[in-house]
Design a protein around this ligand. Structure first.
Ligand SMILES: Nc1ncnc2c1ncn2[C@@H]1O[C@H](COP(=O)(O)OP(=O)(O)O)[C@@H](O)[C@H]1O
Ligand SMILES: [Mg+2]
Length: 307
């Protein structure tokens, strides 16, 4: 086979493809679609979002903060039940502070061999350190991995925890471009030493949304999808597709999360669409009754939603 000339990519039979430089130019000029949400996409989480903004502002003004003797935080831990927005909030946070997001699957660092787990953990932070931007290293669904008595695997866990403590303690000095974030369902059993200042210094407890938060989440999703409705302060609008009454939707979804509400609206919309496609029913906005019906179905399918 002929020698490959520098700067040219060739296929298996050695034919020259597009010059590499040209490919790189195309790649560079192709905008990468950022699928991360914005803070404005969330509803009912104002306090949590303002804490995240504060974290980001201090991190982005670290020198000034240090001059003022204000501690620059290292790690962010989000704790709460499934579906309350933990994962998406961290993604939005990384976007807000203009950082890259390095998501680490817990299984990536969980290994049968203690030494290997630690190596993998070090590699993740090494990758972040070498990045030429800010980086949020995100351990999603951390549950169990860093607890003191992780089911039977305590050898792995103890070694990992001590490695993580070391990394976190040195992070601000060694790689000031990196923030660590993690999410977990529960803090019970979580090694408290990881929660000391300079490690996970900011802990956000996110509970299931209360009545007014659920009304806001409904309102935000409904008005984002249909500008037919103009849901003002009171959350009621009786035009176009009928009456939408947010307080009563909130009352019907006691115990549910943002994820439940999103799924409910999705199923109500799907139903309308199917009626249109299969039976030629005119495609109009979902109504209060559509949504209430979808809520009932959702409860039947997921009786635990009220836990
Ligand atoms: N308060 C909220 N406002 C808007 N969307 C929400 C809210 N809470 C959850 N969601 C949506 O529900 C879905 C699940 O959220 P996710 O971040 O995966 O939850 P968690 O990580 O806590 O299980 C996402 O699409 C998210 O945008
Ligand atoms: Mg999640």
């Amino acid at each position: 086979m002929s020698e490959q000339s520098p700067g040219l990519d060739r296929d298996e039979v050695g034919q020259a493809l597009v010059p590499r430089q040209q490919i790189e130019e195309v790649v560079e000029s192709t905008p990468i679609v950022d699928t991360r949400p914005n803070f404005s996409d969330f509803a009912g989480l104002d306090q949590e979002i303002s804490q995240l903004k504060e974290f980001g502002a201090i991190f982005n003004n670290a020198e000034l903060a240090q001059q003022w003797d204000v501690e620059v935080p290292t790690g962010l831990l989000l704790c709460g039940p499934g579906g309350v927005g933990k994962t998406e909030l961290v993604r939005a946070f990384s976007k807000e502070i203009d950082a890259e997001l390095l998501e680490v699957a817990v299984s990536d660092v969980q290994s049968m061999w203690v030494g290997k787990s630690n190596e993998q953990l070090k590699e993740v932070f090494q990758e972040a350190r070498l990045a030429d931007s800010k980086v949020v290293v995100f351990f999603d669904e951390l549950d169990g991995l860093f607890s003191k008595n992780a089911g039977g695997n305590s050898g792995v866990s103890t070694a990992l925890i001590s490695e993580l403590k070391t990394i976190l303690s040195q992070l601000r000095v060694k790689q000031p471009n990196t923030i660590v974030a993690a999410s977990t369902n529960s803090l019970s059993g979580f090694d408290e030493a990881l929660l000391r200042p300079g490690r996970f210094d900011v802990v956000l407890q996110i509970s299931k949304p209360n009545d007014s938060a659920r009304a806001s989440i409904f309102g935000s999703y409904i008005s984002r999808k249909y500008d037919l409705y103009n849901l003002g302060e009171v959350g009621v609008d009786s035009r176009a597709g009928g009456t939408i009454d947010l307080p009563s939707l909130a009352a019907a979804t006691e115990g549910m999360t943002g994820a439940d509400i999103k799924a409910i609206l999705h199923s109500a919309r799907t139903k309308r669409l199917m009626a249109h496609i299969q039976r030629g029913v005119e495609l109009t906005a979902v109504t209060q009754d559509d949504i209430l019906l979808a809520i009932r179905h959702h409860r039947q399918q997921r009786p635990n939603a009220t836990d």
